[in-house]
Design a binder for this molecule. Structure first.
Ligand code: AMP
Ligand code: TRP
Length: 329
């Protein structure tokens, strides 16, 4: 019967530390919340990956919890999803060592994310964890024998490497791993900086006017949207010659969950001000329930630790089973 059918298994890691932005919400969190309905989800906070780039040791644990709280506040349901901290399940690191012995320097050297993240540093001082990052990611994935791995376009190469390593391992040592497919999230959902539509909305921007954080209050949101750059002309339309309006229309359409064209029609002949006022209201309304839940979660500091402890307890036996099979093989 269908009730007995095995659900599709999904694994994904969240590297972000600290405050999440509207871009993260539309590009990642919202999708996870939709996917949890029909998939068997393992979603973890990739804290071991996060420490391959600079971080503040004292603040770091709380930042990881803050990301977990944000996911919960956005609707991730811990009774459906196995939500855990990567470093709580030691099988990730153990399997990554086994995979290290079949991964090659050549293939890791070809990873564009490594090239990008290490390009400003002296080759000799780049930490080895940054180089080895994709092998840990392969272990993260393969432990749960998933069917799919939802990632942004920038992580596709890492999932391809994961598939190569799984195939190589299976061939040399006998079938041990399922070979998962990347589930590439719609690039239409790539939200741009409010002050420069050529860049993505990112925390690393010079000005806070460039992004909307999930925790921003109404005044901040109204202010940032009213200052957001627009394109030449006065029509509210999307297109390659209108990157700023396309971005604002995308945010609107994603939040309201209606096609972008419908929003364009609604604002035909209307002013930028009317459009921006409504957009700000839309963002405020979308973030309000999330912010309320976040405040409730912050008032119960043990709750998130409890969720993560239960998540790790659920993840461990699943991961362990694959690790034991890999060691045996
Ligand atoms: P990051 O914090 O940059 O590692 O991003 C965490 C997740 O949010 C990734 O899956 C990204 O694809 C997604 N994300 C980050 N920034 C944006 C953005 N501006 N638009 C859409 N998705 C984003
Ligand atoms: N590297 C991913 C990112 O930067 C995070 C991540 C770590 C991940 N392990 C993973 C994503 C496993 C998917 C599956 O966003």
């Amino acid at each position: 019967s269908t009730a007995m059918a095995k659900k599709i298994t999904l694994v994904s890691g969240i590297r972000s530390s600290g405050e999440l932005l509207l871009g993260n919400y539309l590009g990642a969190l919202k999708q996870f919340v939709e996917l949890q309905e029909s998939y068997d989800c393992y979603i973890f906070l990739a804290d071991l990956h996060a420490i391959t780039t600079p971080y503040a040791p004292k603040e770091f644990p709380e930042q990881v919890r803050a990301v977990a709280r944000t996911y919960l506040a956005c609707g991730l349901d811990p009774s459906r999803v196995t939500l855990f901290r990567q470093s709580d399940v030691s099988a990730h690191v153990e399997l990554s060592w086994l995979l290290n012995t079949i991964a090659t320097m050549g293939e890791l050297n070809r990873m564009t994310q490594f090239k990008e993240k290490s390009e400003d540093q002296k080759r000799e001082s780049v930490n080895a964890g940054l180089f080895d990052y994709p092998v840990l990611m392969a272990a993260d994935i393969l432990l749960y024998q998933p069917d799919v791995v939802p990632v942004g376009e920038d992580q596709k190469q890492h999932v391809e490497l994961t598939r190569d390593l799984a195939g190589r391992f299976n061939q040399r040592f006998g079938k041990t791993f399922a070979i998962p497919k990347p589930l590439i999230r719609d690039e239409g959902a790539r939200i741009k900086a409010l002050d420069d539509p050529a860049k993505k909305m990112s925390k690393s921007a010079a000005s806070a006017n460039s992004y909307i954080a999930i925790g921003d209050d109404s005044d901040a949101i109204r202010n940032k949207i009213s200052r957001a750059v627009t394109d030449s002309g006065s029509e509210i339309t999307s297109g390659t010659d209108k990157p700023a309006l396309t971005n604002l229309l995308t945010i609107f359409s994603q939040l309201e969950e209606v096609p972008l064209k419908e929003i364009e029609q609604r604002y035909a002949g209307k002013s930028y001000k009317e459009f921006k006022d409504d957009l700000a209201d839309m963002i405020i309304a979308a973030l309000k329930p999330i912010q309320q839940t976040l405040a409730e979660l912050e008032a119960k500091p043990d709750y998130v630790d409890d969720v993560l402890a239960k998540g790790a307890a659920k993840a461990r036996p699943v991961a362990e089973q694959t690790l034991v099979a890999a060691k045996r093989a």
